[in-house]
Design a protein around this ligand. Structure first.
Ligand SMILES: [Zn+2]
Length: 355
């Protein structure tokens, strides 16, 4: 027994000496402890990956983005407490951009992290390392900043192979010119809301690599003032080139009862692809929260039955409902609607292909 103890002591001593000799590679293996996504400002989302153990250097970290997933590979660090979905937090301010984060062990000695992005992120990425800061109770961190419209060019561009791939999207802002569409209790017009939202969606979709064609970009009748409805609507359909991938017509709902409210999306009867597009648009618009789901329905609206590609007409909300009129008129909500449309288009082309 005494001999065994002595042997153990000796062995322990050797172990300590060995550790000291080989530096901290063995004594302080690096383990990730937490991943936290939050917003730094209106344009920047930060993902902090905290770790314990031997410090990492930038050469240990590689990133690439594909189909809306930012992949981060970290050499010389194990997932530790951050594995699969545990130890990962996406704060409210980051949730417009980051859908979910998944971490797992990589072959050899490393961790791979997948950051699923909702939106078409056309900004820059910056990777840096931050040392532990005891006053802020923070350990060593890898910091990934994702910034929209970065001013300096020391940001890596992230929009390379993202989503769009030149697919042709026709956006049709409902009404315009002599036709105001529905008018809200305080005078907000459907034609103004549909145009504002469509122009914002055009920007986002363009940035994501889509080729966007607008049926109108200003307050005009597309055919001419005073022509029959079918002539005006056919002029809109005619804006689509033969190889158009999808057609989306943007409208606001209206009803004599000002209590009527909610989101509704439509597709032509029997149109399988159109129905899928309408369903995805409905889901994304509802993700904004607060609006009732009036469903995805078949209907014989002219622009859907006459388009040669999958088409959907969406009702963003009821302009005749005072609460929804206010929302629809707000720049902030319009931007969210545009993002929702963009997200739906991305999902349409990236989940199950564009068949
Ligand atoms: Zn309308």
């Amino acid at each position: 027994m005494i001999l065994l103890k002595r042997l153990l002591t000796c062995f322990t001593l050797i172990l300590i000496l060995t550790c000291a000799a080989t530096g901290n590679a063995f004594a302080k293996s690096t383990e990730l402890t937490q991943i936290n996504a939050f917003d730094v400002d209106k344009e920047t989302v930060r993902i902090e990956i905290s770790y314990n153990g031997a410090p990492l250097d930038l050469g240990d970290i590689t990133t690439d983005i594909k189909n809306g997933v930012l992949n981060v590979a970290i050499k010389n660090a194990m997932p530790g407490r951050v594995n699969r979905l545990s130890g990962i937090r996406i704060q409210a301010g980051a949730q417009d951009l980051v859908e979910k984060i998944f971490a797992g062990k990589e072959k050899n000695y490393g961790t791979s992290i997948q950051i699923y992005l909702y939106s078409t992120f056309n900004g820059g990425l910056k990777v840096s390392l931050e040392p532990a800061d005891s006053s802020e109770k923070k350990s060593d961190r890898i910091v990934l900043d994702m910034k929209m419209n970065p001013a300096q060019d020391d940001w890596a561009t992230l929009n390379g192979d993202f989503h769009g791939d030149g697919k042709i999207i026709v956006l049709d802002p409902g009404h315009g010119g002599s036709d105001t569409g529905a008018v809200g209790p305080t005078g907000v017009t459907e034609k103004a809301v549909s145009l504002a939202v469509s122009l914002k969606a055009q920007k986002l979709l363009n940035a994501a690599g889509y080729n966007v064609i607008m049926t109108r970009t200003t307050d005009i009748d597309v055919a001419a003032p005073g022509v029959p409805d079918a002539t005006e609507l056919q002029a809109r359909v005619d804006k689509s080139p033969p190889n158009t991938d999808i057609f989306i017509s943007v409208h606001c709902n209206a009803f004599s009862n000002t209590h009527a409210h909610g989101v509704e999306t439509y597709h032509a009867p029997g149109a399988v692809k159109g129905a899928r597009l309408a369903r995805l648009l409905n889901e994304e618009l509802l993700r904004l929260g607060g609006l009732e789901n009036r469903g995805t329905k078949p209907a014989r609206f002219y622009v859907m039955t006459h388009s040669k590609c999958p088409a959907s007409l969406i009702e963003l909300g009821f302009i005749t409902n005072p609460r929804e009129e206010k929302l629809l008129a707000s720049e902030d909500y319009q931007q969210k609607l545009a993002q929702a449309i963009t997200n739906a288009v991305n999902r349409y082309f990236n989940q199950g292909g564009s068949d």
